[in-house]
Design a protein around this ligand. Structure first.
Ligand SMILES: CCCCC/C=C\C/C=C\C/C=C\C/C=C\CCCC(=O)SCCNC(=O)CCNC(=O)[C@H](O)C(C)(C)COP(=O)(O)OP(=O)(O)OC[C@H]1O[C@@H](n2cnc3c(N)ncnc32)[C@H](O)[C@@H]1OP(=O)(O)O
Length: 240
């Protein structure tokens, strides 16, 4: 009798865990096998101790709606490469409130846009570049403000040289300064020869928007990253 209750309890907990976390774990697992892992900036970034944060892997196809990551998931042929690299300590910022100094907060996006994203022939649409920069600024300002959501108040972009489709580029985004609710940021898009193609500045303001949504998503992600091994086992069992 006791054994039956125990088995029932285990099945219940297993089923609950599976239902609750499966979409996140699936996203995490499927992204791990993602194609196009190679690009021109890879060894440079890896030597500089940059990592692809798990949290971003999960955002790519998580059930929580996010414009850019949903776009990538739904139109995965549009970007030949889309990789986000954080300094290895920055991912910890997602899990704690301690970061040594705001001026160390920066990240890199590497992207290679397919022809689907051209405006003029073989030239990446400027609106896509604005979106990528805005998204990088959104992540950085969120982290730098102690995980308070932020909104774009101002975004300035100077398009210096055309960005070509089917070529690798790197966006470097960083915090310039923080004054109260205001987070000032800057970004540069470089080609493989380190020529500056695009420069941007942004002002993001902390807002009261969707804070609980972000917090819930982060809480789930934190739990998933701790328990993903167990979930994978549950998933394998279900298939057997
Ligand atoms: C699924 C898994 C999730 C896991 C997440 C994990 C990790 C990564 C995380 C995170 C986050 C991820 C991604 C985020 C990605 C993308 C971000 C997208 C961002 C957007 O896509 S967001 C939509 C577009 N965006 C808007 O929709 C804003 C419309 N706008 C407004 O809603 C207001 O305009 C607002 C709220 C901005 C300000 O309004 P307000 O009433 O709160 O403040 P107020 O006006 O009083 O200004 C206070 C002080 O800022 C100065 N100030 C204001 N605006 C200025 C400007 N433009 N230029 C210069 N100074 C300005 C004032 O002059 C004053 O300055 P002072 O205090 O010195 O007098």
């Amino acid at each position: 009798m006791k054994k039956n209750i125990l088995l029932f309890g285990l099945a219940f907990v297993g089923g609950f865990t599976y239902e609750r976390y499966f979409p996140y774990v699936k996203a995490f697992i499927s992204d791990k096998g993602q194609k196009n892992d190679d690009h021109s900036f890879k060894s440079m970034l890896e030597q500089g101790n940059y990592i692809q944060p798990k949290v971003i892997d999960i955002m790519h196809s998580s059930p929580d709606k996010h414009f850019l990551h949903n776009f990538i998931a739904q139109h995965n042929e549009a970007l030949n490469v889309f990789k986000i690299y954080y300094p290895d300590k920055l991912e910890q910022k997602i899990y704690s409130d301690n970061l040594e100094s705001e001026d160390k907060i920066h990240l890199h996006f590497v992207f290679n846009a397919a022809d689907h994203l051209q405006g003029h022939s073989s030239i990446v649409h400027g609106g896509l570049l604005a979106t990528l920069i805005d998204n990088a600024f959104g992540q950085l300002s969120y982290l730098a403000s102690g995980q308070i959501p932020t909104a774009t108040a101002n975004l300035n972009i100077n398009y210096r040289k055309p960005v070509k489709t089917n070529h690798d580029y790197m966006i470097t985004a960083e915090i310039d300064k923080i004054e109260g609710r205001k987070v000032f940021l800057k970004a540069t898009i470089y080609d493989q020869d380190k020529t500056i193609c695009t420069e941007a500045t942004g002002l993001f303001l902390t807002v009261q928007w969707g804070g609980q949504m972000w917090k819930n998503a982060l809480d789930k992600i934190k739990e998933v990253t701790q328990i993903d091994d167990k979930i994978v086992k549950i998933d394998q069992k279900k298939k057997e």
